[in-house]
Design a protein around this ligand. Structure first.
Ligand SMILES: NC(=O)c1ccc[n+]([C@@H]2O[C@H](COP(=O)([O-])OP(=O)(O)OC[C@H]3O[C@@H](n4cnc5c(N)ncnc54)[C@H](O)[C@@H]3O)[C@@H](O)[C@H]2O)c1
Length: 280
């Protein structure tokens, strides 16, 4: 496939671009931070630029089969809330609208685990937390919800359109794993997302599978690694930090408390990395 990756210069994007190229897809990066030769420095909040660049860019592409939309301010608290809202929600709208006008019918878009009620100040109703939970607690997260809602609407307007929203857990690259040791003595430090994480390479695998296997329509998936960031068993962590929260099914050992059952079942995805493998 010929694929545009927005945010391809970012933390997750760089790994996704490498992974898609390794699978023989042709990738064009759109990122306002892209350096010459690395991609096109498109500002996604500029509707005209996005529409034109999705339709074609001289010497680079004359149309694509799919878009992986990762560009965003990636968390609350990085920029003023209104800047995060404007950048992320407007940019996502313009990407979806440009795809619609240019006839691109396959999109994978970055949503966020924040929609699962993070920072979990109010305990979740049950474990493992799944896609039925949609509880934004920040402007960033509300923006991601509006983006999922836009995706649903664009798919309703065009029954041939496929949009997959990935509710990524906290994205990690290999260099981050050395820092995990510091969390082991205090479960409270990573309580805010129920000790989840996603290795960028496993996230890239999920994106590639969604591009390859999903049919038309909208779906959302939690994408997290199969284990937590902790050595303490998950049931013990939950009992200490979220007493009384029931389990809908048992979670063995250090298994994730963020349900990835839907992604396993429907995408055939299975995360294969763990921070534990990087420990010396
Ligand atoms: N990092 C995480 O833990 C995490 C967790 C869940 C979801 N996500 C989502 O995953 C995606 C990727 O996150 P990341 O960690 O790689 O972020 P990042 O900040 O490393 O990369 C984002 C990239 O998007 C580009 N960008 C931002 N606004 C743009 C605009 N208006 N026009 C063009 N380019 C723009 C930036 O230049 C940057 O290169 C984001 O959508 C983020 O919300 C991230």
């Amino acid at each position: 496939m010929r694929i545009i990756v927005t945010g391809g210069s970012g933390k997750l994007g760089a790994v996704v671009v490498e992974s898609l190229r390794a699978a023989d897809h042709t990738v064009v990066v759109f990122d306002k931070a892209a350096r010459r030769g690395e991609g096109v420095p498109v500002d996604l909040t500029d509707a005209g630029e996005v529409l034109d660049a999705v339709a074609g860019v001289e010497d680079l592409h004359e149309g694509v089969d799919a878009i992986v939309h990762l560009a965003a301010i990636p968390a609350p608290g990085i920029r003023p809330d209104v800047a995060t809202f404007e950048n992320n929600v407007l940019g996502t709208h313009h990407v979806f609208q440009a795809a619609r006008r240019a006839g691109v019918r396959r999109i994978v878009t970055a949503s966020s685990e924040t929609l699962l009620g993070l920072p979990m100040t109010v305990p979740p109703e049950y474990f493992p937390v799944d896609e039925e939970v949609t509880l934004p607690n920040s402007t960033y997260s509300m923006g991601k919800l509006l983006e999922e809602q836009m995706a649903l609407t664009f798919c309703r307007w065009d029954p041939a359109l496929s949009i997959t929203a990935m509710r990524f857990s906290n994205v990690m690259v290999e260099e981050d794993y050395a820092g995990f040791e510091a969390w082991q003595d205090d479960p409270a430090v990573r309580r805010w997302n129920a000790w989840g994480y996603i290795d960028a390479r496993d996230a890239a695998d999920a994106i590639r599978l969604a591009l390859e296997v999903r049919g038309p329509g909208f779906e959302r998936y939690i994408i997290a690694n199969a284990d937590t960031v902790m050595r303490t068993p998950s049931a013990e962590l939950a009992a200490a930090e979220f007493p009384g929260v029931p389990f809908r099914r048992p979670v063995e050992g250090t298994g994730t408390l963020l349900s990835i059952d839907k992604a396993r079942r429907e995408l055939g995805w299975s995360p294969s990395r763990s921070w534990r493998d990087a420990q010396g």
